[in-house]
Design a protein around this ligand. Structure first.
Ligand code: OSB
Ligand code: MG
Length: 361
């Protein structure tokens, strides 16, 4: 058996700006497991810096090298693997990279497409777009273009002092079309009046306005505004989801398999949330074609009821590291029907974008 980790760096088609920073490249840890003629791949959703969460490429490569790789050795089922690493606190993104590698391995070995292995699949993902921060004119134009190219929902990034004019101009540009905002934790409960002032724009939801550790103030906020609150950074597990929904902190959850420790927990969160009347959709972290395939498989699950952030590969990279990128048709993306993620890795291109490699097993 062989387990290899590598760092790749890939320029983005357009730099992606959020309240926490501007990304011009995707710097991803990519994993390859080779065993018994099967080649499985996964990606860790961390990036160079710990701005979205405390995890970054350095912490993930440390946790994976020193604690997790050895537990992949016996090729446990993904849920067994997750149980075997509870002694390592947190580090969900590192855990998810190994858990998803095992999903890809086992579904390839069992000759089943990943989206089917996860439970009842809808057979396609509903696709929305996440537009980074830019001038008001550019964001409004890109929102209108996204609507015209078939996306089912437009999400724009906001931050303190850059919300009202932006939201108002995008609303005029797209008319009565599903629209949301994502603050990536930039506000505090003292900004209640500002956030409440967005009610008039009829947003489908407002994503992660307050701090990642703060579901209590989100509950207070949710009671005092009409726009539904969606949590992203705050939800790391099914237990977090249960508590957040029960105290009224959110009506919508952005499930990112990488953030919650993998697909096993993603399915659990989706079930629990839907049972409790909370809507769910699948987000993204600007993944390469390898990580994207896991999000698309999850977004195709029958439990997912809102369009997500899984745009086709060409929106992120001019040259991806897969030979079979996803295409969007009528606002939908079909998951691959080959075994596992079905991703056909372009090994030559992968070598070209590699910064370093390391054998773990
Ligand atoms: O908050 O959803 C987010 C990208 C990087 C980090 C966090 C977020 C995002 C996005 C883009 O919104 C999602 C995507 O298109 O992959
Ligand atoms: Mg978000």
């Amino acid at each position: 058996m062989k387990l290899q980790m590598r760092l790749v760096t890939m320029p983005m088609v357009t730099p992606f700006e959020t309240s926490f920073g501007r990304e011009t490249h995707r710097n991803a840890l990519i994993f390859n497991l080779e065993h018994d003629g099967i080649s499985a791949y996964s990606e860790c959703v961390t990036d160079r810096d710990p701005h979205y969460s405390y995890e970054d490429n350095t912490t993930a490569s440390h946790i994976i090298s020193d604690y997790l790789a050895s537990r992949v050795k016996g090729l446990p089922e993904p849920s067994e693997f997750i149980e075997s690493v509870v002694d390592v606190k947190g580090h969900n993104m590192a855990k998810a990279a190994m858990e998803m590698l095992l999903w890809d391995y086992h579904s390839r070995a069992g000759n089943i497409p990943l989206h089917r292995a996860l439970g009842k699949s809808r057979g396609y993902a509903m696709v929305g777009v996440s537009i980074g921060m830019d001038s008001v004119e550019n964001v409004a134009k890109r929102a209108a273009d996204a609507k015209n190219s078939g996306y089912m929902r437009v999400k724009i990034k906001i931050k303190k002092g850059r919300e009202r004019e932006l939201v108002s101009r995008v609303r005029s540009a797209i008319g009565d079309f599903p629209m949301s905002v994502d603050a990536n934790t930039d506000y505090r409960i003292s900004d209640l009046e500002t956030l409440k002032s967005l009610d008039e724009f009829g947003l489908v939801y407002m994503e992660q306005p307050l701090e990642h550790t703060d579901i209590v103030d989100h509950a207070y906020l949710a009671k005092n505004i009409r726009t539904p609150v969606c949590l992203d950074e705050s939800i790391l597990s099914e237990e977090d989801a249960r508590k957040a929904i029960d105290i009224g902190a959110c009506k919508v959850i952005n499930i990112k398999p990488g953030r919650v420790g993998g697909l096993t927990e993603s399915v659990r969160i989706a079930k629990k949330a839907r049972e409790k009347g909370c809507h769910v959709w699948v987000g993204g972290m600007l993944e390469t074609g390898i990580g994207r395939a896991f999000n698309v498989a999850m977004a195709s699950n029958g439990l997912i009821d809102y369009p997500g952030d899984t745009s086709p590969n060409s929106r992120y990279f001019n040259r991806d590291i897969v030979r079979n990128p996803f295409k969007m048709e009528g606002g939908k993306i079909k998951p691959n029907d080959n075994p596992g993620t079905g991703v056909d890795v372009d090994r030559e291109e992968l070598e070209k974008v590699t910064v370093w490699k390391k054998d773990l097993l």
